[in-house]
Design a protein around this ligand. Sequence first.
Ligand SMILES: Cc1ncc(COP(=O)(O)O)c(C=O)c1O
Length: 345
Amino acid sequence: MEYIDLRSDTVTKPTPEMREAMAEAEVGDDVYGDDPTVNRLQEIAAEMMGKEDALFVPSGTMGNLLALLVHCQRGDEVIVGNQSHIYLNEAGGMAALGGMQACPIQNQPDGTLALEDIRASIRIEDVHHPITRLVCLENTQNICGGVPLTPAYTKEVAELVHQDNLLLHIDGARIFNAAVAQNISVKELVEPVDSVMFCLSKGLVAPIGSLLIGTHKFIARARHLRKMLGGGMRQVGVIAAAGIISLERMVNRLRDDHVRAMKLADGLRQVNGLVVDKDSPHTNMVYLNLANDVKISSKQVSEKMRKIGILVDAENARRFRLVTHYWIDNIAVERTISAFGTVLN
Ligand SMILES: Cc1ncc(COP(=O)(O)O)c(C=O)c1O
């Protein structure tokens, strides 16, 4: 059965154009810096972000971990959102592999970290204290609803952080969604930050890969650490070729995913038994709950949906996150709305 898969934008399979580019990619040994396709991808990425340099990495998790490892020493403290991917969903890598300590502070409903909370969490110099070294923001903020953070907010955080000689990293797994949703360039969003990671393998449709972006010095150190982590790949232009198509062709079309997420949310608001979050969606994620009077759990609903060809992810016993992407067209949106109606009524 051909499923309509709304579990995540990570499920996107490469387009025929990507597969063709992958088959024909010029390659070389990237550990020697010899892969022309990877080099081109890195140049395009750095240029789009308005930064000096970029490094191709196998995953967003590795990109974030490398940023933490370059910016921090063992024993340092990293201020993160308590709903952030780095804190919740990266297998504790910062502690296990970097010896760092997370200082989680509450994510506000709009995905931000309150400036006063950041300020209050920065340690004063004291022999008892760890050294606060880094603040991480997530844009778009996934768990808070796929909410985009604004350039003005990012600038305020950067100013606060830099005043104290700390650094600012952005987990920008979906930063292009944030830029497109606000009709601004991604450069504007990351201008004041020290490093950013973004993913090719989510809404940008590539099968694998993320990029870490920063200064030449930062990237040189990250390259060394990538090798240490076993992430130095060889003829990896076969993957980077799809990433180039992501950056050249897939950014502006993210708008379509946002429009379809809106259609999906509007339709689901008409289905008895579902309560779509008030402001959802902000980008390509629709968050919703089962109404109190629904007797079955979200897991049972998702099992019934699977039987009729639709894959949805239960976030908890009452909650779903549905994600639109390249392979979700208008018909898929309509079928999903009517399937929820069938399963719940
Ligand atoms: C906000 C965020 N950051 C980082 C990642 C990590 O990316 P990867 O799955 O490529 O390791 C994800 C993955 O879903 C994510 O949603």
